[in-house]
Design a binder for this molecule. Structure first.
Ligand code: GDP
Length: 354
């Protein structure tokens, strides 16, 4: 699963600065065969202290965290939906992402020009929201035409046309597609259109250093994640010891990037389970609610096809009992079947047969 998050924002808000800081933390591509290394993407580890706890017990040759991919999506300006700036290319790049992180400028530096001549986060958010909504309106209009052509041959097309008309009115009223009340079946139809405003979204408030621990206003009902891109860029240049000192001098427990990555993971409805062996301790990503065979399939499709059972130890038990052996002896190693719903942090061995 290559989960990707597109970084968007108006020009000069700090996207590149943030993206550069993120990519300094990139994982080694050799360990992640699915990773395609392109200049505008960075695959970064999901910080998870539980991996260290497991590694301490198992002493593996390597430790591999879960990952998320960030994509630097340059060029969103007012009018992008009509082809201004990088226009449609830009929109196509967002379409391929699973979620959107919008960087919003809160920092006040006079030396950095704001495209509209003033720092106004809420108005910037509105500008981008409208561009995304305009792009979606065009997509939905095409959908209405496409489904309309099927009306004679397929009775279900009428409901799809009606749904699209309802969606169009919703967008025209300035709302994101995501906020329209729909049945599961309707959501499935709308998903085929790949609308930009259906994607989960988070806001990154690029603040001045002094604003880092101040309360920020909600944006669209969401609390933005405060980050100082400049500080993150500086931190990324330092070695571990220097970085720790710098963080301490700023009164920060960890880099803002860590919070951002974790929030992104949560936003996407994801959790991790672990495999722990002498060769490697590794975190794997599954959607919350995934059953055991689906989780096995993340490692290899054969594991899912030939799934027999899973040996599972809860993370707390695993650590408290000093690993698999201790857990087994204490009766805390469970055998789970096809219907088992994975819990966050499960330490798992899959048994399969192909
Ligand atoms: P982009 O156009 O959104 O990619 O913005 P950049 O990352 O290129 O940043 C634009 C300018 O703002 C650069 O000169 C950065 O050094 C500066 N900048 C970025 N983040 C911060 C910040 O947190 N504080 C201050 N003062 N300047 C920043």
């Amino acid at each position: 699963m290559a989960l990707s998050i597109g970084i968007v924002g108006l020009p000069n808000v700090g996207k590149s600065t943030l993206f550069t800081a993120l990519t300094k933390n990139q994982v080694e591509a050799a360990n992640y065969p699915f990773a395609t290394i392109e200049p505008n993407t960075g695959i970064v580890p999901v910080p998870d202290a539980r991996l260290d706890a497991l590694a301490e017990i198992v002493n593996p040759q390597r430790v591999l965290p879960a990952t998320v991919e960030f994509v630097d999506i340059a060029g969103l300006v007012k009018g992008a939906s009509e082809g201004a700036g990088l226009g449609n290319q830009f929109l196509a790049n967002i379409r391929e992402c699973d979620a959107i992180a919008e960087v919003v400028r809160f920092f006040s530096d006079e030396n950095v020009i704001h495209v509209d001549g003033r720092v106004d986060p809420l108005s910037d958010v509105e500008t981008i929201k409208l561009e995304l909504i305009f792009a979606d309106m065009a997509t939905v209009e095409k959908g209405i035409q496409r489904f309309g052509k099927e009306l004679k041959a397929d009775k279900t097309a009428a409901a799809r046309v009606e749904l699209c008309q309802r969606m169009l009115a919703h967008l025209e009223a300035g709302h994101r597609a995501r906020s329209l009340t729909m049945t599961d079946d309707e959501v499935a139809v709308i998903k085929t259109l790949h609308l930009l405003t259906m994607k989960p979204m988070l806001y990154v408030a690029n603040v001045d250093e002094q604003q880092l621990d101040s309360e920020l206003p909600e944006i669209d009902g969401i609390r933005p994640i405060p980050i100082c891109a400049k500080v993150e860029a500086d931190l990324a240049e330092l070695d571990a010891e220097e970085a720790a000192e710098y963080l301490e001098s700023m009164g920060l427990a960890e880099p803002g990037l860590n919070t951002l990555i974790r929030e992104a993971y949560r936003l996407l409805g994801l959790q991790s389970y672990f495999t722990a062996g002498e060769k490697e301790v590794r975190a794997w990503t599954v959607p919350v609610g995934a059953k055991a065979p689906q989780a096995a399939g993340v490692i290899h499709t054969d594991f899912e096809r030939g799934f027999i059972k899973a040996e599972v130890v809860g993370f707390e038990d695993y650590v408290a009992l000093g690993g698999e052996k201790g857990a087994r002896e204490a009766g805390k190693l469970r055998l789970e079947g096809k219907e088992y719903v994975m819990a966050d942090g499960d330490v798992v061995h899959f048994k399969f047969n192909v």
